[in-house]
Design a protein around this ligand. Structure first.
Ligand code: C2E
Ligand code: CA
Ligand code: CA
Ligand code: CA
Length: 277
């Protein structure tokens, strides 16, 4: 039994070691990335199909390594989250996104900026105060800021979540539920949360117009959002057919590769949309 236990241990420990080592490596590299300011925000346009104008941007983080490789958030956000480094990185994201917004406004562009919050960040009691300080420091209008959270962050201690949402709302910012439809929130649940916007997850958009089931779901989410007087945004729009379907079903706010990939700030001037001023 001892021998088997040992073998079992060795078998698992090797895998655990690899995973743990990988995590440790990413963690130490992330600390260095924070020190050396290796993060960069990309911005994806949010379009209003009624006017075909650019109405805002979603800030999306990337990690630009010294060797010039661009690491997507899927490769490091989870480690940043589990190590708590996300709090520091997250503060930088909010400051940087607000500075970007201030620059856009100073050029005469009336745009909003959407910022993704991670679970740890959202549950941090210091978050509202931190956002308030950044708003003051950068001079941006809080009404031009949208904070995106996911359904799963609202589960668990819902009273605490509602309290935090209300603290954020008091700042004058808007709140959006990201990846809507992929979590487990029921409608009665949703009604309790003081949010302004729903973002339909890409997984429901990607097979339009081939998947009738997905089209029914998307139409139902749009109708529900309207009933609840929530703004509705579709993400991951990659084709004219998808954009047309959304427009016909009265979902006018869209993001996706069909309009633009997320771009570095210096590339945004090449965009051909009309920008509302
Ligand atoms: P998300 O918030 O759902 O962001 C949308 C993702 O879909 C982005 O990937 C975006 O580049 C991608 N995307 C946009 N349009 C299309 C499309 O038409 N087709 C396809 N296939 N993809 C599209 P990205 O930038 O790699 O971000 C992945 C996830 O990482 C985000 O999902 C978000 O959960 C997280 N993330 C990104 N930036 C931040 C950040 O600043 N803070 C936090 N906490 N999380 C972030
Ligand atoms: Ca998002
Ligand atoms: Ca999303
Ligand atoms: Ca998504």
């Amino acid at each position: 039994a001892k021998a088997r236990g040992k073998n079992t241990y060795r078998f698992f420990s090797q895998e655990l070691n690899d995973a743990a080592n990988e995590r440790l490596l990413i963690e130490s590299q992330l600390r260095e990335a924070i020190r050396e300011q290796q993060f960069i925000l990309f911005y994806q346009p949010k379009i209003d199909l009624r006017t075909e104008t650019l109405v805002g941007y979603e800030a999306l983080i990337r990690w630009l390594r010294p060797d010039n490789t661009l690491i997507p958030p899927a490769r490091f956000i989870a480690v940043a989250e589990s190590t708590g480094l996300i709090v520091q990185i997250g503060e930088w994201i909010i400051l940087e996104a607000c500075r970007f917004l201030a620059r856009q406004v100073s050029r005469g562009y009336a745009v909003t900026v959407s910022i993704n919050l991670s679970a740890r960040q959202f549950h941090d009691n210091n978050l509202p105060g931190m956002i308030e300080r950044i708003i003051k420091r950068t001079g941006v209008a809080p009404t031009a800021l949208v904070f995106e959270i996911t359904e799963s962050m609202l589960m668990g201690d819902t009273d605490a979540a509602i309290k935090q949402l209300n603290q954020l709302k008091r700042l004058g910012v808007s709140l959006s539920i990201d990846d809507f439809g992929t979590g487990y929130s029921s409608l009665s649940y949703l009604k309790r949360f003081p949010v302004d916007e729903l973002k339909i997850d890409r997984s429901f958009v990607k097979d339009i117009p081939d998947d009738q089931n997905d089209m029914d779901i998307v139409a139902a989410i749009i109708a529900m959002a309207q009933k609840m007087q929530l703004r509705v945004v579709a993400e991951g729009v990659e084709s004219a057919a998808q954009a047309n379907f959304l427009k016909q079903n009265a979902c006018y706010l869209v993001q996706g590769y069909y309009f633009s990939m997320p771009l570095a700030e210096q590339e945004l001037s090449h965009l051909t949309f009309t920008i509302k001023t």
